[in-house]
Design a protein around this ligand. Structure first.
Ligand code: PBG
Length: 325
């Protein structure tokens, strides 16, 4: 007798019946770039990321209404400020681009949409690093002294979740203490616990103008080495100890093993960030006619969920949720 697993693949109905992993709208977070240099209702397509836009504050708020209408639970915001300096001080300006956007979205939508703010310096510093740069070194503790101001100003603007993505040591503790001391008990911390020094952030850095600009040209002294997995467990353990409510593994597809390990070892919600490079690779290959775009997108997202993601940050969130029930 031949044992026949193929019996359960015979047609779509039976495949759907036995499918172990499915995607639904609640799985997704949509990233948005908000550019302080853009006026009125303007938005501009990002050359390195087809179909993704830089929004003005006003058009970002409009976009969020569409996102909420699709029943997507959350957006994550990235800001492009008018002014950059060595210390990234526009990141904690009460009237900064993200602060205004958070207030605007919350005014319009309240609890209809969760607002997550990426909490990092790289879009706000003149040198493009995620921390304070001195003598070609990114300084850890000096950076923490700025990060807490950013998180506090996001909390004051009404943010639901702050997402520190800088990879400085001790940042989650500093943010948690700041939020507690100021009475923001309900603001969650989604920490980028395992963020690798990846080549797949390329298109994002063009979109957010956040490439390291001089001297130290990469982020290898603070983001993780792609060869390591035990270190990821250590980073996650520390962030949970320090007060993170949820953690992220980033990038997505190249780090599915880390995602699975995290799922098996920790009990907090775990997200995967399917990053700009993953997005643009599929977009460009499908523009060339080399892969089927929709199939490649769905397979990518399904694989990330199968590996263990409780939620996925993806530039396809809006499009995918438009097709999902
Ligand atoms: C900020 C940040 C980056 C991304 C998210 N937050 C860029 C970086 O670390 O250089 C990348 C996201 C993407 O590539 O889609 N530190």
């Amino acid at each position: 007798m031949i044992i026949r697993p193929r019996r359960l693949r015979r047609n779509k109905k039976i495949r759907d019946l036995v499918r172990e992993t499915t995607l639904n709208k609640n799985d997704f977070i949509m990233p948005l770039f908000v550019d302080e240099n853009m006026e009125g209702k303007n938005k501009r397509e990002i050359p390195s990321m087809p179909n993704q836009y830089r929004f003005s504050v006003e058009s970002a708020i409009e976009e969020c209404k569409e996102i909420a209408d699709l029943s997507i639970p959350a957006v994550i915001l990235f800001g492009i400020p008018k002014n950059k300096d060595e210390y990234g001080s526009s990141a904690y300006d009460k009237n900064g681009v993200i602060q205004r956007t958070i207030r605007g979205i919350k005014n319009e939508l309240g609890d209809e949409l969760l607002v997550i703010a990426d909490t990092c310096l790289c879009e706000y510093t003149s040198h493009g690093h995620c921390g304070i740069l001195k003598d070609n070194k990114v300084l850890n503790d000096e950076t923490l002294n700025i990060l807490f101001k950013i998180a506090l100003s996001y909390a004051e603007s009404g943010v639901d979740i702050v997402a520190p993505s800088d990879m400085m040591d001790g940042r989650v503790r500093v943010l948690r203490n700041t939020l507690e001391e100021n009475g923001y008990y309900d603001v969650s911390i989604m920490s980028y616990a395992s963020k690798y020094a990846s080549a797949f952030y390329g298109p994002f850095r063009e979109a957010a103008e956040s490439s390291p600009k001089y001297g130290l040209r990469d982020r290898k002294t603070y983001q993780m080495d792609p060869g390591n997995w035990r270190e990821a467990l250590r980073e996650i353990e520390l962030d949970i100890e320090e007060g993170a409510d949820m953690i992220l593994i980033k990038p997505g597809l190249p780090y599915l093993d880390i995602l699975r390990l995290a799922k098996e070892n920790f009990n907090v919600p775990i997200g995967s960030y399917c990053v700009s490079g993953e997005y643009s690779m599929i977009e460009s290959a499908s523009q060339m006619g080399w892969i089927n775009r929709e199939d490649a997108i769905m397979e990518t997202l399904l694989s990330i969920k199968r590996a263990g993601a409780d939620f996925i940050i993806t530039y396809w969130a809006k499009e995918v949720c438009d097709c999902l029930l």
